[in-house]
Design a protein around this ligand. Structure first.
Ligand code: PLP
Length: 435
């Protein structure tokens, strides 16, 4: 009887995917959700609770994706639910300022030293796109420098693939539909390569409006920037009158209360936030030096706007989240939990002398297959994605959901239980021992 029910139920997920595909391209509103890199039917979620999600077949999964890092307090946090519900009953959107916007802006300014003023938007893509426009408007220059394998959302001028190294800077787009005329204003350099950076700036430094970087890269899996590399970014931008933009859409309030800039002790001119600051709602922001931010309309000439920007329901969720994560010991406990999983796995990789590694910053980590260390896109290209796919299935079949690509980060929330972390650690080790 039980197996009949589960067989019948398992059909629902497949049907749901098929129905979604009929009316939504690929059945998804963001490509990674279609599981393009693994051999499993894409998940369709019914509901979630704390560190677990349940698919439409009723199958539970321990969630290590956490809405791609957004849910640092886990699913259905009661403080967030209450704040949002209260706001909803008083109106959900006005297109007019509300006091909660001042409250959350002030909190952000008080927590992150480099941020003197901030503007809220609806997605990380909007935050990076707006920060780049602002940098161009404030400096009067066009050129944006980014790094291979860093992802800054899907604005045209960020969808750029590098050639190899400094010599082939004629960037080509990594998406159809992006004109070459647009990507010619984006230079793509290798990540963690100080020499390439310095030689580029020697030649073209005075053309650069801004350098944008993920200080801890999360979009080729977790690859922390080297201290000297991040330091060199600050030096070269200052020397050449360019702005430094930290894309902390993932790392902001994730790797620590002051984000990656707190870890490195480097002050960017502008910072982009997203994910955690929305508490599971569509919120992102960009902020930084007041003299730069004041170039934005209505004070300045750089136009930027949004019907739902600073939406009060989403602001309440974000504010509630920030209130919780600033409590003393919050990040220490998150670190402790993450280490309880990562450290034993790393030990086993060493003991078995596997071509693998587990890289971590704060509560984000990636288990890489095929390399003992991953420092940049060149390394990432050599990873064993077929083995990752097997690993994904191994975990998935045990009810553990890790992001469905070798080039993504796993995230731990404050409500992941030690029992669930131990179960996941043991599954990871079992897979590694089976190799
Ligand atoms: C570092 C970084 N910047 C920007 C973005 C774009 O954010 P969104 O997906 O909210 O547009 C992402 C998305 O994952 C990201 O990881």
């Amino acid at each position: 009887m039980a197996s009949m029910i589960s067989k019948k139920m398992a059909v629902r997920g497949k049907n749901a995917v098929e129905k979604l595909c009929e009316v939504i391209p690929g059945g998804v509103n963001s490509p990674a959700r279609s599981f393009p890199d693994v051999e499993q039917t894409p998940m369709v979620v019914d509901f979630a609770h704390e560190d677990m999600i349940f698919d439409v077949d009723g199958k539970p999964f321990l969630d290590f994706c956490c809405s791609w890092g957004a849910l640092i307090l886990g699913h259905v946090h009661m403080g967030v639910v209450e704040a949002v519900t209260k706001r909803l009953s008083r109106g959900s959107s006005f297109g007019i300022s509300t006091e909660i916007e001042e409250k959350i802006a002030r909190k952000l300014v008080s927590l992150v030293d480099s941020v003197e003023k901030v503007r809220f938007v609806n997605s990380g893509t909007e935050a990076t796109m707006s920060a780049a426009r602002l940098a161009r408007g404030a400096t009067g220059r066009d050129l944006i420098v980014k790094f291979t394998g860093n992802y800054h959302g899907h604005a045209d001028f960020f969808l750029v693939q590098a050639g190899s190294g400094v010599m082939s800077l004629n960037a080509t787009s990594s998406s159809a539909g992006v004109p070459d005329d647009i990507v010619k204003h984006t230079a793509c350099l290798p990540y963690n390569d100080v020499e390439a950076l310095r030689s580029f700036f020697k030649e073209r430094g005075k053309e650069v409006a801004a350098v944008i970087v993920e200080p801890v890269a999360g979009n080729m899996g977790v690859i922390p920037g080297d201290q000297e590399f991040i330091q060199a970014l600050r030096e070269e931008t200052l020397k050449n009158g360019a702005l430094l933009i930290f894309d902390e859409v993932i790392t902001g309030f994730r790797v620590g209360l002051k984000g990656a800039q707190g870890l490195y002790g480097i002050t960017p001119d502008l910072t982009c936030f997203g994910k955690v600051i929305g508490g599971g709602f569509p919120v992102a922001a960009f902020g930084g030096r007041a003299d730069v931010m004041d170039h934005l309309a209505p004070l300045g000439q750089v136009y930027q706007a949004g019907t739902l920007s600073g939406n009060p329901v989403a602001m309440e969720a974000g504010y509630e989240t920030l209130k919780h994560i600033e409590k003393p010991g919050f990040y220490d406990e998150l670190d402790r939990k993450t280490k309880s999983l990562v450290v034993p796995v790393r030990r086993v990789i060493k003991e078995l002398n596997l071509a693998a590694c587990i890289q971590r910053r704060g509560s984000m980590f990636t288990l890489f297959f095929g390399k003992k260390r991953v420092r940049n896109m060149e390394d990432a290209k050599q990873l064993d994605t077929a083995l990752f796919s097997k690993y994904f299935s191994f975990m998935y079949e045990r009810g553990i959901y890790v992001p469905p690509s070798q080039f993504e980060a796993c995230f731990i929330s404050s409500v992941h239980t030690q029992e669930h972390l131990d179960f996941t650690r043991d599954a990871m080790i079992e897979f590694l021992r089976s190799l």
